[in-house]
Write a protein that binds this ligand. Structure first.
Ligand SMILES: NC(=O)c1ccc[n+]([C@@H]2O[C@H](COP(=O)([O-])OP(=O)(O)OC[C@H]3O[C@@H](n4cnc5c(N)ncnc54)[C@H](OP(=O)(O)O)[C@@H]3O)[C@@H](O)[C@H]2O)c1
Length: 336
């Protein structure tokens, strides 16, 4: 009798383990985030009526954020440089949600023009009387080898991804400390957690953001209702490769490559909103093998480096051969 109970328990444990392994194989986020997506608070409840300022809302992740936040009933401030694209996004938000025209404020903004940030922030706060959540999403990536790349590109990446983001945060934060509440969510990247070949400057800029916001979080510990979070997505469908810096500031990417292997933007943004609704302070959002890499990196950095070195080598070889370096990390793509 005892033996059979033990046997049953053993089989249950095995089943439990198999379920967990299967969950991990199909995981597209870190455990805390995925747990929040199963059991946590729903973005539709938490974000309804919140005033959310999204930078980089004219395409990609920021555009999708606008649509999903509109469906949640958030009031929106949409920023980026291209006003016509923001107006298009605003129209689509109104068409696809219960929001009215007056619930969305288009506020053109260039993160590089830091001298305008105080005035832009004032306009953002005045429009709805407050900003509850700032989503620092604007940014550009890089596709070039360090040895070939002008130092101006490194400056450009730091000016935009790091200083532009810090500058807007510096303007918005006093408004939040005054009110004693708010959220600042910054879209970093897997390149903020691990090294990525062809993106030395981009990875440096995202590591800088990680360091900045992790440190800021501690400085704000006297404000328990101010929520600081960073989001680290892996490859996601967007315009990021087309818009990436290359060897020189004004040289465009020769081919944007294939998007098929990337995570759908809608899934990435859904997980982001789940993370925001549940105060997840660092979100890892990526399809395998990246979550596995993150966990290996956390616990066995040297072994993880050994594995990523192999993936990185293939990426560099593909790039040097004029092939699409973004399509495959493990194999050479068939076509250029
Ligand atoms: N897609 C991915 O695979 C991926 C992975 C990890 C992290 N990320 C991060 O996700 C964020 C969004 O990127 P995305 O993938 O959605 O790429 P995207 O489609 O190229 O969008 C980038 C956004 O940034 C805005 N932007 C660029 N320069 C700007 C400036 N000087 N001032 C203000 N806004 C500016 C662009 O708008 P305008 O051109 O109209 O200004 C655009 O709305 C970035 O921070 C990126 O690093 C993306």
């Amino acid at each position: 009798m005892d033996l059979s109970i033990l046997t049953i328990l053993w089989y249950f444990s095995l089943l439990y383990l198999v379920i967990h392994i299967l969950c991990f194989i199909f995981a597209d986020g870190d455990f805390e985030l995925l747990l929040a997506s199963f059991k946590g608070r729903r973005p539709e409840t938490i974000l309804k009526g919140q005033v959310v300022w999204v930078t980089g809302a004219s395409s990609g992740i920021g555009e999708e954020l606008a649509y999903q936040l509109a469906k949640c009933g958030s009031r929106l401030i949409l920023s980026a440089r291209r006003e016509d694209e923001l107006t298009r996004v605003k129209r689509l938000c109104v068409e696809s949600s219960n929001l009215k025209d007056e619930d969305i404020f288009v506020l053109p903004l260039d993160l590089l023009q830091r001298e305008t940030h105080a005035e832009k922030t004032k306009a953002a706060i005045q429009h709805f009387g407050r900003v509850d959540i700032l989503i620092n999403n604007s940014g550009r990536s890089q596709r070039s080898l360090f040895m070939d790349t002008s130092i101006d590109v490194y400056q450009g990446l730091m000016e935009l991804n790091v200083l532009g983001t810090i500058s807007i945060t510096k303007q918005v934060l006093p408004h939040m400390t005054e009110r004693g509440s708010g959220g600042i969510v910054t879209v970093s990247s897997i390149a903020g957690l691990i090294g990525v070949p062809l993106s030395t400057g981009y990875a440096a800029s995202k590591h800088a953001l990680q360091g900045f916001f992790k440190s800021l979080q501690f400085e704000l510990s006297e404000y328990p209702n101010i929520f600081i979070s960073t989001v680290c997505p892996g490859p996601v469908m967007s315009q990021i490769v087309q818009n990436a810096f290359t060897v020189d500031l004004n040289k465009p990417v020769s081919s944007p490559g294939d998007q098929k292997h990337k995570m759908p933007t809608s899934r990435c943004v859904r997980l982001m909103l789940v993370g925001i609704a549940n105060n997840v302070k660092e979100m890892w959002i990526a399809q395998q093998p990246f979550p596995l890499m993150f966990y290996l990196r956390q616990y066995t950095p040297t072994f993880a480096m050994f594995i990523t070195q192999k993936m990185g080598k293939i990426r560099v070889e593909n790039f040097k051969a004029g092939l699409d370096a973004d399509t495959a990390y493990f194999t050479k793509p068939k076509t250029a």
